[in-house]
Design a protein around this ligand. Structure first.
Ligand code: KIV
Ligand code: ZN
Length: 519
């Protein structure tokens, strides 16, 4: 196969990203993110792990049915039951892909207790099985970067002979470094028979902060598919960030002459949406999508920027979908101005959604003199819905230096207003105690995070709350000029999401004792 200069972008936000503890998304959120990925030009969307739960299966099936141009991929372990379930979910896509994997390093071989020959046989059988179902099969030797190179060559050859069309080389624990990452792919392509007939992919984790560099080095070595997630979402230190590799290739085409199909102007919008639905805020100084990535505060920088933007910027904010600075809205701004501003920010809302946001905007503009772009984005990305079982109706908190603080709350529970008063060690504690008094639950608070959306004492606070109950995790978010009200709404939002999850959840599939040939 002649090597083209096009690098395929394989996004795994909905699988590897969502697998990150606390980042679980609802069904509708997954569909929305998949549509945005498809729309921005992602080549392959890994939509989930169909055997993991009924919810995952349904999400992958629906994404497969709705996809317009992206290939839709599902993950499966190296057993027939996983692969069959995966195929059942992805087969609806115009372009389906089965991705099957097994850990090939010494540490990972020890888990199913297979010796090298037994594992090689399993790889042959399972890839053949997958290929009999689907023309497009990706195979991954998990922990490839800690697998003996000669064994890796042997199993890659087996997978290619069995019909794999993409060979993905995962750096599962973020252990490799750029030189090694390039050498590994180069060596595989040079030595494995049949390597020219398949696409090599790179899948890096960021444990040592080298995921982007390792992915780009793998491309230098001959990989033509990068696996990545929006905002680098993923377990531990995360995965390669899509926005980083795509922008690096775009900006440094002079030394890395590779292209992608990504419409980079859609980056900011999807980054914000993923941050909201996953509850994983983007760090301020994150490359490309961080709040400060294009901010120039120091006098010397501002002076340089005014004279020539290129003094301190290697790319234009517009290229990643950041609107140029424009005037804030205020309480006299009408619906048309709001719609125009939201369009400029990349949101194309249906009329009923716009009405909803307009009501919230008017409410905010009454309390805040100027409504900035970030305020609007915080309003648009709130994820409470009409169907929520719990809704905050009113909250009054009494604070003082000699506490305890008291929260008087009215909350609607399944359509009925319930009132209570609770005390606590501080206003937020009192508020959370009031919620618990009205709606008793066993969920544990895992994270409580507050950040200011804009500057000033009238700034909105965005609050993220992560809750855990029986292994299920949900994150709630809200924004308000009153930090305690935002906290109450975020807490209630997390509880609503946990309730949905509890209703949807199915016992996970247990692989122990199941033969990989069991259909
Ligand atoms: O990191 C990893 O090894 C993975 C595989 C399942 C591809 O995510
Ligand atoms: Zn991974």
């Amino acid at each position: 196969m002649t090597k083209s200069n096009e690098v395929l972008i394989f996004d795994t936000t909905l699988r590897d990203g969502e697998q990150s503890p606390g980042a679980t998304m609802t069904h509708d959120e997954k569909l929305e993110i998949a549509e945005m990925l498809d729309d921005m030009g992602v080549d392959i969307v890994e939509a989930g792990f169909p055997i993991a739960s009924e919810g995952d299966f349904q999400a992958v099936s629906e994404i497969a049915k709705l996809a317009k141009s992206a290939t839709i991929c599902g993950l499966s372990r190296a057993n027939y039951k996983d692969i069959d379930r995966c195929w059942e979910a992805v087969k609806h896509a115009k372009s389906p892909r089965i991705h099957t994997f097994i850990g090939t390093s010494p540490l990972h071989r020890a888990i199913p207790n297979l010796n090298m020959d037994e594992m090689a046989e399993r790889i042959h059988d399972t890839v053949t099985h997958a290929r009999n179902l689907c023309d497009n099969v990706q195979w991954s030797p998990m922990d490839a970067t800690r697998t003996e190179w000669d064994y890796l060559c042997r199993v890659v050859e087996i997978a290619i002979k069995a019909g794999a069309t993409t060979i993905n080389i995962p750096d599962t624990v973020g252990y490799t470094a750029p030189v090694e990452s390039a050498d590994l792919i180069r060596n595989l392509i040079a030595t494995v028979p049949g390597a020219d007939e398949v696409v090599f992919a790179t899948h890096c984790h960021n444990d040592l902060g080298m995921a982007t560099a390792n992915s780009l080095a793998a491309v230098e070595g001959g990989a033509r598919q990068i696996e990545c997630t929006i905002n680098g979402l993923g377990e531990r230190a995360g995965n390669t960030a899509l926005e980083e590799v795509v922008m690096a290739l775009k900006v440094r085409g002079d030394i890395m002459p590779f292209t992608t199909k990504i419409d980079t102007r859609k980056i900011m919008n999807i980054s914000r949406r993923v941050a909201t639905v996953s509850g994983f805020a983007v760090q301020f100084n994150k490359a490309i999508v961080g709040k400060n990535a294009f901010a120039h505060e120091s006098g010397i920088h501002q002076d340089g920027m005014l004279k020539n933007r290129e003094t301190f910027e290697v790319m234009r904010p517009e290229d990643v979908g950041l609107a140029g600075t424009s005037l804030p809205l205020g309480k006299h701004s009408g619906r048309a101005a709001l719609r125009a501003k939201l369009n400029e920010l990349g949101f194309d809302l249906a009329d009923n959604q716009l009405n909803d946001v307009f009501v919230r905007f008017k409410d905010l503009a009454d309390r805040k003199k100027e409504v900035f772009d970030d305020d609007l984005m915080a309003l648009v990305t709130q994820n409470d819905t009409e169907d929520d079982r719990l809704k905050l109706k009113s909250l009054r908190v009494v604070c003082g230096t000699d506490g305890p603080q008291t929260a008087d709350m009215v909350m609607e529970v399944d359509g009925t207003d319930v009132e209570t008063s609770a005390t606590g060690d501080g206003p937020v504690d009192a508020t959370f105690n009031a919620v618990k008094a009205i709606f008793d639950h066993g969920a544990r608070l895992q994270l409580y995070q507050v950040s200011a959306v804009t500057e000033g004492t009238d700034a909105q606070a965005t609050v993220s709350v992560r809750m855990e109950e029986d292994g299920r995790i949900a994150t709630g978010q809200s924004a308000d000029t009153d930090t305690v009200v935002a906290s109450a709404k975020a807490y209630i939002n997390a509880l609503n999401r946990l309730l949905v999850r509890r209703e949807q959840s199915e016992p996970g599939y247990d692989v122990k004792g199941v033969s990989y040939k069991d259909a």
